[in-house]
Write a protein that binds this ligand. Structure first.
Ligand code: AMP
Ligand code: ZN
Length: 486
């Protein structure tokens, strides 16, 4: 019997049975990156965690609409009033949209390397300005927002008379001081906890649009309220993001939705934990923000070697998404070995001999794997069971256990479903074809060696010349021939 999926709803701080609002459809919204620089592997962990969740929901047969936005305006730097993208554009003397394009493309390439599935819709904040302006107006009209010197703020006190600001993060309104990300124009606010819905743009500000309140730009939290509602409805199933976004970002999103649309927007809030370095959140500002490119080349002072994208993905999957994961070369090296063991075993499955009967209980393995994933997407437990399956494969290969033909078929499907479809791991060595090309060239060199031994020099020269035409330079040495790719 299969257990039902349970997930940890961080709004209620409880494990809950997953009952989508409108099955088999599932609406999933995840806060995407601010595209002002390369992502670091900490960011990648968050997106990989949601990729696992998305993949498992798809695997269970849900028709998931996965919306993940691109923040291309409105995300201000913590210590200044400057937009992150504008700042990069100013420093590099390029258009803000060039910054956005460069890092959006880079982000897509990165996530593809990690074998993360693309979302169903990837809307941008700048593509939804009309809708954002409309929501600001609605919030003002309903008495939960006010204009002040060309900016519009959300009136937390007015909202709190009807609702509970702080319901997600557990914060108390009275305790909330000036810890919002928008520090300029603070004196325009009625209350320090009020947050910007729309910001007046100074003349030198590059990214600005016309609005009923003058030239300005949207507050950071607004885009997610607007785009989740537009594509998933006023109420949808799952909203996710890193834990660091719970406050103020997600708290503000809930307030905007309730104020503007009179609905509790999200049924299940999922928050993923941080990738840390020596126990501290990995961050660019700390010098610990290792980028995927640096990981793949090994070119960073924190790295003792290069790691492949699948090793990094596997390393991340070995921790539960709600636990912190500490970055270390030792853990990555262990993941590299573990992944190899898993993939070698998986590839050897088809060669296993079958017997009349099975001495192993494949249906029990089936139960255990689903039970692990149904328990709030517990990938480390699922991986522990997969390693037990690796032991089984080796025991069968050694003739110490047996498997029937039908069990072998079920076992092969089960392991492939989990390793490839749910965990999203792929065989890297076969993927780029490099191993196969190397094998072919080595084979040609062996034929040439044989031709030489047979004193068929015309043939050995012809093989060398053909390889050169194709793009391989052959060097003959004492210990045989080697080649370089031209
Ligand atoms: P940002 O582009 O800063 O908005 O961040 C994009 C996503 O990465 C957010 O969901 C953050 O919660 C997440 N994030 C940032 N730093 C880390 C980290 N060290 N570990 C895991 N996730 C992170
Ligand atoms: Zn968001």
């Amino acid at each position: 019997m299969q257990t039902k999926l349970k997930l940890y709803n961080s709004k209620n701080r409880a494990l809950e049975t997953f009952d989508p609002l409108n099955p088999p459809f599932v609406g999933l919204y995840v806060c995407g990156p601010t595209v002002y620089s390369e992502v670091h592997v900490g960011n990648v962990r968050t997106f990989n965690s949601f990729d696992l969740i998305y993949r498992y929901l798809l695997h269970l047969g849900y028709k998931v609409r996965y919306v993940r936005n691109i923040t291309d305006v409105g995300h201000l730097l913590d210590d200044t009033a400057e937009d992150r993208i504008s700042k990069k554009a100013r420093l590099e003397n390029i258009e803000p949209m060039e910054v956005v394009q460069r890092y959006t493309v880079d982000f897509h390439q990165t996530m593809e390397q990690f074998n993360a599935l693309p979302p169903s819709i990837e809307p941008t904040a700048t593509g939804h300005l009309i809708e954002q302006i409309e929501l600001v107006q609605t919030i003002i009209d309903k008495g939960f927002g006010y204009e002040s010197n060309g900016s519009v703020y959300f009136d937390v006190a007015a909202y709190n008379n009807h609702h509970n600001y702080g319901e997600l993060s557990g914060r108390n309104v009275d305790d909330l001081l000036s810890n919002t990300r928008d520090l300029d124009g603070q004196s325009d606010k009625r209350h320090p906890a009020d947050f910007a819905l729309w910001k007046n743009a100074e003349p030198q500000h590059i990214m600005k649009w016309n609005s009923p309140w003058g030239m300005g730009f949207p507050g950071w939290h607004l885009e997610c309220s607007v785009m989740s509602t537009k594509y998933l409805g006023k109420q949808f199933d799952i909203h996710g993001g890193g834990m660091d976004l719970k406050f103020p970002h997600h708290e503000c999103e809930i307030a905007q939705n309730k104020a503007g649309y009179d609905e509790e927007p999200v049924k299940y809030w999922l928050h993923t934990n941080m990738l840390t370095f020596n126990g501290k959140k990995m961050a660019k500002s700390e010098g610990t923000g290792v980028t995927p490119r640096e990981m793949l080349t090994g070119d960073h002072p924190l790295l003792t070697q290069a790691y492949s994208a699948m090793t990094i993905r596997f390393f991340m999957l070995q921790a539960h998404y709600r636990s912190t994961l500490d970055f270390s070369n030792e853990a990555l090296q262990a993941a590299e070995k573990g992944l190899k063991r898993l993939m070698v075993a998986l590839n050897s499955l088809e060669d296993l001999a079958v017997s009349e009967t099975s001495t192993l209980d494949v249906s029990d393995m089936h139960e255990k794997l689903y039970a692990a994933m149904n328990d709030d997407f517990n990938s480390p437990i699922a991986i522990a069971h997969l390693f037990e399956a690796v032991k089984w494969i080796n025991l069968i290969a050694d003739g110490k256990e047996t498997i029937s033909a039908s069990d072998k078929e079920a076992f092969t499907k089960l392991l492939n479903d989990f390793v490839v479809e749910v965990l999203g791991l792929k065989n890297e060595s076969n993927n780029d074809g490099a191993d196969k090309i190397d094998g072919l060239v080595q084979f040609a060199l062996e034929l040439r060696q044989q031709a030489k031994l047979d004193k068929n020099y015309a043939m050995s020269d012809s093989i060398r010349d053909r390889l050169k035409e194709i793009g391989f330079e052959i060097k003959d040495g004492k210990d045989g021939s080697t080649y370089t790719s031209l």
